[in-house]
Ligand binder design. Structure first.
Ligand code: SR1
Ligand code: MG
Ligand code: MG
Ligand code: MG
Length: 401
């Protein structure tokens, strides 16, 4: 096994030369660090003459956006490779291709999707491809179904739970989603003008009991092999396609966590629209976000239901059980979406949909909407029967522009 060392661009070139498809000794390669995530370093290695490129991603032994004060296992590279393999098996058209892995170096080589666009950037520009939510619903149905007890026999599923035990990354998720934002923690990043609203959340007993239940379900309920960090910056899009990447937080957990992360990020964009696109353009984008949330859920629900018709488990195949199960996943998704809205507004790792708004009063108004909507989703998750009811709640939280 290779000895771990932190890559420079030259190391990334050497690695690509040894393992990249067609990157032979004669090729003139260049590399640049292009990572904009919170955890790792990411190099793009290019062979200009032949028009080829790959991504070389390396896990550092700590969280990059925090520094060495928050050490984090490099095991996450092995987990990421494994999740991409599994998800690639079940939904190859929507999973980034893993080209090579070196466990000792904690390095993955991935297909280069730089010519595609991050979904978050497309949403912020008001240029998101129309089919994206539908494609993501299809991806989620396929990967979550095939990693669940509806598809896997009990012994195989339990072996998968061991293989994809991801304790340190799960602990980080538990902390940043369910703990830090509900207390006065130094990791929080709270605009001074938002502090009174944050303090209200910290005193809100009913809200914190619901958050406790969501955290507890994340801790206990191993429903499927999740992506684990499915925000709109983990998805590349084009007019014709969608690819999910960055699966290092993958773990067994409740399906609603992945669905809720995606829905929460669509709603963060909804909240930011008065600042991103004032006036009619922003209102039209908000209508699209509300439709996308409904489309995502509907496609997931319908595809999952069709797949589960083939369920071989004698108890889970009981007529009506899949519908009951999916009703619970819907409620979970709304709750997790609410926690995503709150943690991305006052916790660590915030999002450009809100923080990119230059005008301060507008930005603060959008952030307040995100906190208010997040709280409402968590508290009202059990009362929102479907997409229409959710859309009505979201529309009622719209800021005047
Ligand atoms: C402490 S890690 C903070 C966040 O960065 C990642 O992108 C995940 O979203 C994680 O929650
Ligand atoms: Mg990421
Ligand atoms: Mg089974
Ligand atoms: Mg990542």
């Amino acid at each position: 096994m290779s000895q771990y060392h932190v890559f420079t661009p030259e190391h990334a070139i050497d690695y690509a030369r040894r393992h990249g498809p067609g990157f032979d000794t004669g090729a003139r390669l260049s590399a640049a660090e292009v990572g904009d995530g919170n955890l790792n370093q990411v190099f793009r290695v290019v062979d200009d003459a032949r028009g080829r490129s790959v991504i070389v991603k390396q896990a550092l032994p700590y969280i990059r956006c925090v520094g060495e004060s928050w050490p984090l296992t490099r095991e996450r590279a092995r987990i990421e490779a494994g999740v991409l393999r599994r998800h690639g098996e079940h939904c190859p058209e929507h999973t980034v291709a893993l080209l090579h892995q070196d466990a000792g170096l904690s390095v993955l080589m991935l297909e280069d999707l730089s010519a595609w666009r991050l979904w978050r950037q497309a949403l912020m520009a008001g240029e998101a491809p129309a089919e994206t939510a539908d494609r993501l619903g299809h991806y989620l149905a396929r990967v979550l179904y095939h990693g669940s007890d509806f598809h896997l026999a009990s012994i195989a599923k339990r072996a998968e739970m061991v293989l994809f035990s991801n304790p340190e990354l799960c602990a980080a998720t538990e902390t940043v989603f369910f703990d830090d934002p509900y207390h006065d923690h130094p990791r929080n990043q709270i605009a001074p003008a938002l502090r009174p609203l944050a303090e209200q959340l910290w005193r809100d007993g009913p809200l914190k009991r619901r958050v406790a239940a969501l955290k507890h379900r994340f801790l206990c309920d191993a429903q499927a092999l999740l992506h684990g960090d499915l925000h709109t910056g983990s998805v590349f899009v084009t007019e014709g396609g969608l690819k999910v990447f960055d699966a290092e937080f993958g773990c067994y957990g409740p399906m609603g966590f992945d669905l809720g992360s995606a829905i929460g990020n669509l709603l963060l964009n909804h909240c930011g629209q008065p600042g991103l696109h004032p006036g009619e353009k922003g209102r039209a984008e908000q209508r699209r976000r509300r439709e996308e949330v409904q489309t995502l859920w509907r496609r997931f629900h319908d595809d999952f239901t069709a797949l589960a018709a083939g369920c071989a488990d004698p108890a889970l195949a009981e007529p009506g059980y899949v519908a009951d199960f999916l009703a619970r996943v819907w409620r979970d998704s709304l709750g997790y979406a609410g926690t995503e809205l709150i943690r991305r507004t006052i916790g660590i790792a915030q999002v450009a949909d809100l923080n990119g708004i230059e005008e301060e009063e507008t930005r603060l108004a959008c952030q307040r909407t995100a906190l208010t909507l997040g709280r409402a989703l968590i508290l009202e998750a059990d009362t929102l029967a479907g997409g229409k009811e959710l859309a009505a709640l979201v529309a009622a939280c719209r800021q005047p522009s």
